[in-house]
Each structure stands twice: as C-alpha cells, then as structure tokens.
Design a protein around this ligand. Structure first.
Ligand code: AHR
Length: 339
C-alpha cells in the first residue's frame, strides 16, 4: 500500500546545488532509478509571484472531483498561483502525458492526484529530474518507485485504511454482526480503492458473522456501480449489505436495488465513503446508512504546504486530512459540509 507505513517526517530540505548533475550522471552510467535518487535532494520551489502551478486532474465525472478542482481554482488568486489545468478523462496514460507536457512547459510546481499508484509513479521521478517539485494530493503513488520526502514533497490526503475501518465498524453495528456483503470497489490500482478495501476487509475478517460474498470494481462511477450491482444482485439474491468505496457507486447501487424490487436501507444496509451532498440526501431519506467523509478540499492545504516549503520549512511526508462521519444521527445538522 502506498502511504501508510511511511515515517511521518522523513523530509530533508537540502540546498539543491549539484544534485541533478549527480542524478544525470547516475542515469548515464546505467544505475537504476532507485540508486539514482537515493541521496539527492528535492527540487527547490522559487519564491516568486505568480507561481506557475500545474494541476493535473484525473477525471471530472463526479461531485467529489468537481469539488477538488474547484478548491484549487478558489485558492489560486489568493495564493499567487497561475494555474495550468488538465483533465485526464479517466485515463492513466493521458494523465501521464498531461504531466509530461507541464514538465515541458517548465511549470514551477506540480500538484496532482495520481489516478493509479503504479502507472503514475515514474512521472514523479521525471518531474524531479527536471527540477520541478511535486505535491501529491488525494491519492498516492507506489512508494517502492517514488517516495514522499525523497522524490516529491509530500502526500496530502486522508487515511483510506481508516476510512475502511470506520465504514466496517458502522456496518457491524447496523447489522448486529451478521451480513452477506457485496463490496463495490473503486478504480482498480488506485490507492483509494486498495486501502479502502484493505481497511474494510480487515475489520470484516474479525467478525465471523460477516461475509463478503462478492467484490468487484465499479470504477468510482455511478453508472458502473449500478451496472455491477444489477449483475451481482442476480448472482447473489441473498445479499443483505453493500459497502461502496464511494457515494457515487452507492447511489448507483441504490438505483439497482430499487429496480430489483428491494428497499435500500431496509432489505439491504449500505455504507459508503465521501460525504457528498447526494450521499447525505440519501442518508436523510433512509436509503443510505452512513458515509465516511473523504475531504476533497486540498487547494488551501496545498497552497499552505507550498508556501512553507518555499521558505525552507520541514514538511512531513504525509499531511493527513481528518474526515467527518455522517449517519442518520447527525446528517441534518451536517448538511453545510456536503458538496
Ligand atoms: O480518491 C478519492 C476518490 O476518488 C473519491 O472517493 C471518489 O469519489 C473519487 O473519484
């Protein structure tokens, strides 16, 4: 898993002089990437305004992504950022080429949510080699390829494993420890999906009355979540609970459950992650049981980290975001946090 075994304060901000020559020499000599980036320092961030900042979004197909993008647009002027923005339309290769084009344009800073852990890790090293500092937000990359504090400044994001724990804890209580669960996974290979699955499955494994009867990706999308749920409902009519890795898939599952003539929230308990306005409305309507919030508001945090980094402050390798939790007991009074 990407981020969770990491020491929280590995960052050493060294003066840069000579480090890229060392990197280039090492690569020229045919040493592996790991050897090349073992000891060299992170690129510096120029202390200037405006700062040209590349933000490479993964996709814009759900309220969570839109809220994340908006948080960067909202903070740009205040932070003195001139934003260069792209949208990878759910394609790893497009996100890689979007970032490579930002590197070619010599942006001062790169900020992005890596769609998947492995395919997006090498481009972090390419940015470092080009002398461009990187802040990862929301999702992380494969730490065996690119490491926070060594190859990029930091990862700003939630504890996805803990989100999975919290969702499972709620479900154990709501079902008195007895359930046949369908799990709708997020994008295969994304740190959010890997870790949300890990956290949830860990808790379920300790509860003998709880059984995951099917687990399949719905790619974090409402339509895909609905389609997968339709198929799985036919194969597993005995299902009594659903864990969806995000609200959009849960809303898709609710549509499929209703279409199958069952009542979400009664015949089938549903727990999810995100805390979108749509998810909160479904809790208020009694169709969704609970949603663990996953905050998409990284713009102001990234601005703060960048400014502190430019001043030479030590940045922890993981800037952990804490998340709320919504169920019927608090959803009405929490509506202002929905997005
Ligand atoms: O990485 C965060 C996840 O990605 C959010 O839960 C989801 O809605 C988004 O697409």
């Amino acid at each position: 898993m990407a981020s969770h075994n990491r020491q929280l304060s590995r960052l050493r901000v060294h003066p840069l002089a000579g480090s890229f020559q060392v990197l280039t020499l090492a690569l020229t000599l045919g040493l592996g990437a790991a050897a090349a980036h073992a000891d060299d320092a992170l690129p510096k961030l120029p202390n200037k305004t405006p700062l040209k900042v590349g933000f490479a979004q993964t996709e814009s197909n759900n309220p969570w992504r839109l809220a994340e993008t908006k948080s960067f647009k909202d903070v740009a002027a205040k932070c003195g950022w001139q934003l260069v923005m792209t949208d990878a339309n759910s394609s790893n290769s497009k996100q890689v080429s979007d970032i490579q084009s930002m590197i070619a344009q010599h942006v001062d800073l790169l900020v992005f949510p890596p769609r998947e852990e492995k395919p997006l890790a090498p481009v972090v090293l390419q940015a470092k080699k080009a002398g461009i500092p990187v802040i990862l937000v929301d999702r992380d990359v494969d730490q065996s390829v690119a490491k926070a504090g060594r190859d990029y400044i930091t990862f700003i994001g939630s504890d996805f494993i803990d989100q999975g724990h919290r969702a499972a804890d709620w479900l154990v209580k709501a079902t008195s420890g007895k359930a046949k669960i369908i799990e709708l996974e997020g994008t295969t290979g994304a740190s959010a999906a890997n870790d949300r699955k890990k956290g949830f499955d860990e808790v379920i494994a300790k509860n003998p009355g709880m059984q995951i009867i099917a687990s399949q990706s719905g790619d974090f999308a409402r339509d895909k979540g609905r389609q997968v749920m339709e198929t799985l409902l036919q194969a597993h009519p005995d299902v009594t609970a659903v864990y969806a890795h995000n609200d959009e898939m849960a809303l898709g599952a609710i549509a499929a459950i209703k279409a199958a003539g069952k009542q979400p929230g009664k015949d089938i308990q549903i727990v999810t992650i995100d805390g979108t306005k749509g998810g909160m409305d479904a809790i208020a309507a009694g169709e969704l049981g609970a949603s663990v919030q996953s905050s998409p508001f990284f713009g102001a945090l990234a601005c703060d980290v960048a400014q502190r980094y430019a001043k030479g402050e030590k940045i922890p390798t993981w800037v952990k975001v804490s998340d709320r939790f919504y169920d019927k007991s608090n959803v009405q009074q929490s509506m202002q946090y929905g997005y």
